[in-house]
Write a protein that binds this ligand. Sequence first.
Ligand code: KG4
Length: 334
Amino acid sequence: MLVLGVESSCDETSVAVVRDGKEVLSNVILSQIDVHKAFGGVVPEVASRHHVYNVSMVFEEALEKAGVKGSDIDLVAVTYGPGLIGSLLVGVNAAKTFALVYNKPIIGVNHLAGHIYANQIEHEMKFPCIALLVSGGNTELIYMKDHFKFEIIGETLDDAVGESYDKVARVMGLEYPGGPKVDKLAHEGQDTYHLPRVYLGNDNYNFSFSGLKSHVINLHHNAMQRGEEINIKDLCASFQATVTEVLVAKTLKAAEEYKVKQIIVAGGVSANKGLKERFILENKDRFEVCIPSIKYCTDNAAMIGVAGYYQYMVTKRYDDLSLNADASLELLSL
Ligand code: KG4
């Protein structure tokens, strides 16, 4: 089955062709990072306009790279939420137009399910599993008994991890998106600032990052006001050590309690090298830990094509052309 995946929930316009939920024939990603850098973050209106400029070209390139024609596609799978409403609308309408023109079935895919299913491309998902979903807008621990059975057992009570990375990076004068820059500098510094770890007690799997974020921002501001030097590399290393320690400890604890066969890490922050190293260090080969390669960690349409395939396999249902974007779509079981 050939699935055409379409993703436009934030600042990447992406279209992919995926065979049987596994083989990625093409995965074209047009990133707008350079456009938004100047503003220090994604500007929603600018993002949707760029999706409009680029979307047809990305569709054409994805089909061409895969060596298939529009008529060869069996199913169109499109991200319909959560995300920026203007951005989502462009992808959803482009996908619906494609489906109408080629008379193909369409299904709407949850962007977060897409991140989770990015793991199916290079690994084989095994159930039950625990998914740690860490992106710019989400931080969740999810127990999965089977395909598309999601039970959120913990989540951030305030900021998402990726958002915290981007905010502390901005204060330290690092360009958007700050996550990869903080990760890189963290590897050149030492955890000398010993920032507070927020565990929120032993009886839950929730997270909190806003206090840590404010702590780093205040530390930086106070040092600037006093004319003291901040060691940016050490501050990045300290921030990263704090974040990864809490994420990994809670994920491993959940994996033990729920007796899972596998841990899956998903979302943009799964590209973080420190997170991977911390999992290797703390896991000590107890669980199989799957982390996608970098190209499948951040937003891409291949993961939507894969998720769309499994969604169809589970439900055997299509959507119709009344499918609409939903900016605050929740991750629900099917
Ligand atoms: O999943 P994603 O591409 O978009 C959302 O759906 O949110 O995630 C983007 C987030 C950004 O906050 C970015 O800074 C973060 O992922 N990120 C990283 C790394 N690479 C991307 N954060 C920490 N370390 C990285 N290496």
